[in-house]
Design a protein around this ligand. Structure first.
Ligand code: TRP
Length: 476
């Protein structure tokens, strides 16, 4: 094998991984998931998932990638070989490539909305009241042609970046864009805090959980959201870690990445909910939340609002692009390294396939909106989103934790986590071996048992022990 390609700067892994993690998951999905899943109840479960499952798993994926410097399939292959384990474990990476293919297909359609909004703010097409903005959004979703145009633009840009092997480009662009996104989000939070008069209500809504609202569905969704937002379970972080320099600490980087990602999600919530409450909008309105509420606030701010609107949605596009490229890279890297195919051709073929699959999502917002797939009560997009985010990502995470915790030779992780003290390493291993897999499994069993039985069980536990946090810790 030739010299492994690594990133020029120490900080690049953090930027690239944070770029992958921070995206629509934080700005678009997190707030509406909070709104649909009981507010603070969702937030607390989400934070626990990030801490107890997300962070340790991010470290696990990073270890495998950094050790082997190859595409995810071979990375698992190499570590499995050294561990005397079956090459069948490479199947984890193969499966994940299928799942991210589907995720990217809808991700691109949603990111397309941000293009449309950037243009609308520039042209002043957005209107001035919540009603007008709502109508604008409704019209966009009802128009497959417009959705397809922006979906095409987004997939095309993704393809161009990846085809050029843009590691260096990513580094530079993200170094500027991410801080700007952060500052803009802060400005909106500032506006929401001071101008809406509903900031206190938002704080209560998000941070003082009503524990009775923690249902199995809330837990499943929170866990899926944690995986989605941190780009976990799909060997994406593993792929990026392959470019990591030897002298970069896995633990530190993982803490930074998950911390930044969580901060962005919380800020998005703090920016959006005050506007929702102040305008009497519905916090449980689903995928339209970001696009209707935030835009409503912007339209009321005159020229300032136009500037904020254009820059905000432009940055949503950037955040989405830095995530979408991370979903294309695993497959392309594998084809390039393993099959020796031309990077350019593979990228465009792959992106075209994703684009075509994305049409399912496009039509889910209009002509197929009322289609109930297999009696699930979900339209095709809702079903694809639920199955991939809430089911496949945690299963991917479960497999990774079993592989790294139980199958892979412990020496590999000890070597890679050399900066950790013995006790901390032991703690990490314990979490990866027991806590993460057990928690993920419990969540799944509860979903199989069904909401009602599980609710009854939870209520029983709560009755005995009126301190749910304690119960969670006990389970752990
Ligand atoms: N984490 C990204 C976001 O929050 C989306 C994403 C990128 C992703 N890569 C992924 C989700 C891999 C799941 C798996 O927008």
């Amino acid at each position: 094998m030739s010299e492994p390609k690594v990133w020029a700067k120490k900080s690049t892994f953090i930027f690239a991984a944070a770029g992958s993690a921070i995206g629509l998951g934080n700005l678009w999905k997190f707030p509406y998931m909070v709104g649909e899943n009981g507010g603070g109840a969702f937030v607390i479960v989400y934070l626990l998932c990030v801490l107890l499952i997300g962070l340790p798993l991010m470290m696990s994926e990073t270890i495998v990638g950094k050790y082997s410097h190859g595409n995810a399939i071979d990375a698992i292959g190499v570590t499995a070989e050294r561990s005397g384990a079956s090459q069948g474990w490479r199947g984890i990476a193969v499966l994940s490539m299928v799942v991210i293919f589907i995720i990217l297909s809808f991700y691109s359609v949603i990111a397309g909305w941000a293009f449309d909004y950037t243009k609308a703010f520039m042209m002043g097409d957005m209107g001035h009241s919540a009603k007008e903005v709502g109508a604008y959004f409704g019209d966009l979703l009802a128009d497959p042609k417009r959705l397809i145009i922006w979906h095409t633009v987004f997939m095309f840009l993704t393809a161009i970046i990846i085809a050029r092997g843009a590691q260096e480009g990513i580094e530079k662009a993200l170094g500027i864009m991410m801080p700007v996104l952060f500052i803009l989000l802060f400005i909106v939070v500032g506006y929401s805090a001071f101008a809406t008069g509903a900031f206190g209500k938002t704080l209560t809504y998000m941070f003082s959980p009503d524990f009775s609202k923690i249902t199995p569905m809330v837990v499943i969704n929170a866990m899926g959201q944690a995986f989605f937002s941190l780009s976990l379970g799909m060997c994406v972080i593993m792929t990026y870690a392959a470019y990591m320099r030897k002298d970069v600490s896995i633990t530190e980087s993982s803490i930074y990445v998950s911390g930044l990602d969580t901060l962005m999600a919380l800020l998005a919530g703090l920016a959006i909910f005050p506007i929702v409450f102040a305008n009497g909008l519905d916090s449980g309105s689903g995928p339209g939340l970001l696009f209707v509420t935030l835009s409503t606030a912007f339209t009321q701010l005159g020229t300032m609002g136009t500037i904020l609107g254009v820059s905000f949605f432009f940055l949503v596009i950037i955040a989405a692009l830095s995530s979408s490229i991370s979903m294309v890279e695993p497959f392309v890297k594998w084809c390039e390294e393993h099959l020796g195919w031309n990077r350019f051709a593979v990228t465009f073929l792959y992106c075209f396939a994703v684009w075509a699959f994305g049409l399912i999502t496009v039509f889910s917002f209009n002509i197929w909106g009322k289609v109930d797939v297999l009696g699930t009560g979900k339209n095709p997009f809702d079903l694809l989103d639920f199955v991939t985010s809430s089911i496949c990502l945690p299963i991917g995470g479960l497999l990774v934790s079993i592989y790294v915790g139980w199958v892979m030779n412990k020496d590999i992780s000890r070597e890679q986590l050399s900066t950790l003290s013995g006790a901390l390493f032991g703690l990490w291993l314990f979490v990866v071996r027991f806590v993460a897999p057990v928690l993920i499994t419990i969540v799944f069993i509860s979903s199989v048992l069904g909401e009602e039985k599980m609710n009854a069980l939870i209520q029983q536990i709560l009755a005995i022990q009126n301190e749910p946090l304690l119960v969670l810790t006990l389970i752990v």
